[in-house]
Design a protein around this ligand. Sequence first.
Ligand code: ARG
Length: 463
Amino acid sequence: MTEKKSNAMWGGRFAAGPDAIMEAINASIDFDKRLASQDIAGSRAHALMLSKQGIITDTDAEAIREGLLTVLSEIEAGEFTFSTALEDIHMNVEARLKEIIGDAAGRLHTARSRNDQVATDFKLWTRDQFDAAISDVEALIRALIAQAEEGADWVMPGFTHLQTAQPVTWGHHMMAYVEMLGRDLSRFKDARARMNESPLGSAALAGTGFPIDRHMTAEALGFDRPTANSLDAVADRDFALEFLSCASICAMHLSRFAEELVIWSSAQFRFVTLSDRFSTGSSIMPQKKNPDAAELIRAKIGRIFGANVALMTVMKGLPLAYSKDMQEDKEQVFDAADNLMLALAAMTGMVSDMTANIDNLRAAAASGFSTATDLADWLVREAGLPFRDAHHVTGALVAMAEKKGCDLPDLTLEDMNSVHEAITEGVYDVLTVENSVASRTSYGGTAPAQVRAQIKRWKEVLG
Ligand code: ARG
């Protein structure tokens, strides 16, 4: 007992002896137990392949495969006792298998190593997260399209520098996020296709002399093919990094939209009303309704991008092939995936439930001289001015309106002519926000007709 106590020279602050500390730093079971079902699926495929190839007997393979199902049901029922001494999910499962089926369990690890095993398990788990991200992003896209459809011609201010720039349509703004999320979708799909190769059978690092069939296990586990280089296969965590980088960009998009929702739902903007389901009150200020879900979504990029940086940093400088450093991969991806899915679900709920305050949007769109560009364009089109001159004339009119404390459409024709004599009554047609947005019919522009065309295209894409 005494020699297990902390080392007299350096262990003053450690209650436990060095072996216990080693166990604590080495064990991954506390988190990699999340890979249980993938571990068992991988082992079942491996056992079947070993027997098909005549490497173990059919009887042993059957006992292993059945026993693994028992282990799985114990884990799923919460009846399994995970042991830190057994380090990780792979050894916990195998040890329990031995208790259940006896010595045949020892044949399961023929022609494989924990290195290809963990790579396989973690790939299977991450692949599920790619699939979840793909369907959750799609759900959010659908919610945005529903908003866009309803408000294809609702007018709101478009901003640059968060200063009123030009009127845009609600539908156009929603569809901007559809484009961003559409790129996320294609990134997740692209990375998912690239990662779908099976590391199983790469063994420790060099492959194996046993006559295994890697194509068979790859197919059984839904991989497109086996990996082509055993050193790379056990050393590769690109799939996790690609998930984290796709997730980071996606979370960044969510964060930008969340920020807009925080601004839009403020008393100063009142562009949207968020539903009570996604807001909270204040414990002290009774009037408050806080956009907590949006704020938390805005924050998620912090931990998701943090995970990306963390794993990238873990992997840099690692010599081939496997190093224990790589055990630090899982918690980052687990946390990032959990939080990405949560953020996507919360955003989808918020978007589906939010109400646009159409009158406030329109009023805000009409203020801040938002149709100044339309006026300048009119001068180019109708009065033949070069754009630079038209810009100058419009600037003078904006200054005049500002001085008078009115908006551009409130200036009289006399006012206008005092700045430029070529201006006629016709100019008032382009100064309304409705006409402004309707005129922006260039491909991808804010005109309701363009927005509807993009909605139609997206609906076809999603099927
Ligand atoms: N728990 C380990 C991990 O997550 C499994 C692989 C261990 N391999 C080894 N050679 N120690 O990376």
